[in-house]
Design a protein around this ligand. Sequence first.
Ligand code: AMP
Ligand code: MG
Length: 415
Amino acid sequence: LIAGTPDAEIVAVGSELLTPSRLDTNSLWITDRLNLLGVEVVGKLIIGDDRNRLAAAVSSALTRTPIIIVTGGLGPTEDDVTRDAVAQALKRRIEFRQDLCDQIADRFARMNRPMAEINKRQAWAIAGSAALPNPNGTAPGLWIEDAGRIVMLLPGPPRELKPMFTDHCEARLRAALPELHIATVQFRVAGIGESDLDALISPVYMQYTNPVTTVLAAPGDVQVHLRARCASQQEARALVNEVGAQVETLLGDRIYSRNGDPLEAALGHLLRERGETLSVAESCTGGLLGERITSVAGSSDYFRGGFLTYTNEIKAALLGIDRDLLAKHTAVSEPVALAMAAGARERTKSTYALSVTGYAGPDDGQGVPVGQVFLGLASAQSVQAREVRFIGDRERIRSLAAITAMDWLRRRLMR
Ligand code: AMP
Ligand code: MG
């Protein structure tokens, strides 16, 4: 039934969605469901409650994409223009349907409330459409097939939209689609920036339009997603695996997870597997490292505890760091990072201890630049330190320091 590649566009309707106070979450949820059916979302629009603008938006979407999903604006009030606008775009009439009116009246009767006259507006449907029942609200959805294209009109409230989509749209859509399967691979990567990563792997993924590769980046956390769309699951799986294997070879042990797990979970997994334990000594991260590690359920299996030693006095008292060492090198130094890690490991009797000391800014520390951080890693064999320099604001520097410390130990354990 669908003409061409079964791609979709989503149009979210509502002036409130164009303000900072309301977010269009429906399109994200719909995208997830469509992807499971092998349908790719190739564009989305947010349009205010304006009939002509919406009609124009739907008209132009219809010229390029065979599946159009419009959400919102099906209510009974003047500002709900979706039905009229889509009718205009499709050049169809709207017609009063007694059966829809009866259903709405019945819903009010069950609630023991009189039906307002304006609710009758919701009994108007686009000519030739199928009505989709809405057990959670008054506005029925509409399903329209038009010359190899499908247009769906769905209510805005998520609690009405979701069951309508899963109960009434998915089966119809599946019947209209060619057989399509999607396979995905995702890598989470640390220790490399977005642009360096892209320079490294783009020569591989640029050779393929299927799978589609996307690189998503947040500070200290880059993700690579591959999605293949094929007529069979085997083909899709084979394609993502083919490209995934090449990407994997290039990224090596910078990949810390393949199942979406965050870094702290990947590290925890390795520690648990080896029956080893970890403790931390933190200065500039102020507990962030311990917080990240303990955000993983079951981290008590391997995490023994931490020291939050902000002043020199507390570093000396809790970790046994020599006051002369602190005076000579200052707290943000390699010798102190080493001593913090060694002290934490000795006091907790853990297999490993990580330490962090640095300047998170915004003020610099007596000639030491903002973003200067020293990390320590103590084990039975050695105590090592690393000097790293981050740029950004305080939050970013602290976060990158915690991530880099965890990733250092993770890579050590992978070897
Ligand atoms: P409507 O169908 O336009 O009357 O929308 C009714 C309510 O549904 C709005 O006030 C929003 O709270 C919610 N809503 C509408 N569209 C969306 C959307 N795209 N994402 C999330 N919520 C929505
Ligand atoms: Mg609305």
